[in-house]
Design a protein. Structure first.
Ligand SMILES: [Zn+2]
Ligand SMILES: [Zn+2]
Length: 275
């Protein structure tokens, strides 16, 4: 099992970091977690794409995590040679999001069906709204969802992917909480969205200060990893994106709390999940 960070960025546009998105390459195929800005460009670089995703998992419906869902929706449909429903698994609200996405794309759907004689079907989706428990099981790969805490964004979920005795947790945006702890128990890897609290406090911009109360700081992320005996902590969704030469400061803040391996994500970073 491999983890490929497709986008390590945040809501803030960045020339080097696509929006939040992580690909987990498994024996059951490519599983995509969130689909932020630029996801299909990065997926192409990882030899994947809309037609290859076995399922798309959403952690929550904040715009930065779903910006390019419409691109996946369209490419999955318009580039297929036969009906190929897009499977989307996400929190309550996901079905309405897909309905709204389809409604937004209605003119485009009409144009393409009118133009291509061999495209005779509309895009289709298979949507599962989930809260906790096993949400995907194929080819010896299991994905379990659990509730996270990103209030006032509700509901939100994190996911644990297991293949054989290897496991990786995709936290989504959350503060430390029991639901995330349960997902993380003895996981080989935790991919955790993270903000740098000391920087944001220094900046003192009200709109940015607001984000402190519903994300994990580096110390929070390291605490979750440590408390749950995680092997490797991957920090992603970095706010603010680290200036060149300051990456070690993020690692050091985490290492003060967590004894395991700490990795700062960059786009297309590819990691083998090992025990
Ligand atoms: Zn969020
Ligand atoms: Zn976010």
């Amino acid at each position: 099992m491999q983890v490929i960070i497709l986008g390590s960025g945040s809501p803030l546009p960045d020339p080097n970091r696509a929006g939040p998105s992580t690909l987990v390459r498994t024996k059951a195929g490519d599983l995509l977690f969130d689909c932020g800005r630029g996801v299909l460009m990065r997926a192409a670089a990882a030899a994947s794409g809309a037609g290859a995703f076995r399922a798309v998992f959403l952690t929550h419906l904040h715009s930065d995590h779903i910006t390019d869902l419409n691109d996946i929706f369209t490419m999955r449909w318009a580039m297929s040679l036969q009906p190929n429903p897009l499977r989307v698994i996400g929190p309550i609200g996901t079905a309405a999001l897909l309905d709204a996405t389809e409604a937004m794309l209605e003119p485009d759907i009409g144009y393409r069906i009118a133009h291509h004689d061999d495209l005779t079907w509309r895009p289709t989706t298979l949507v599962d709204e989930v809260e906790h428990g096993v949400v995907f099981e194929e080819n010896g790969v299991t994905v379990t969802a659990g509730p996270t805490d990103h209030s006032p964004v509700r509901p939100t979920v994190g996911y644990r992917v297991e293949e054989g005795d290897k496991s990786v947790v995709i936290s989504g945006d959350t503060v430390p909480c029991t639901g995330l702890d349960e997902l993380c128990n003895h996981a080989d890897m935790l991919v955790q969205t993270t903000i740098r609290r000391d920087f944001i406090e220094q900046l003192g911009i009200p709109r940015l200060l607001d984000i402190l109360d519903y994300h994990s700081s580096i110390t929070d992320a390291a605490g979750t990893a440590s408390r749950n005996y995680v092997g490797t902590l991957v920090l992603t969704h970095l706010v603010p994106a680290p200036a060149q030469g300051t990456e070690h400061e993020w690692i050091e803040q985490a290492a003060a709390v967590f004894d395991g391996k700490v990795i700062l994500a960059t786009d297309l970073l590819t990691l083998d999940v090992s025990g």
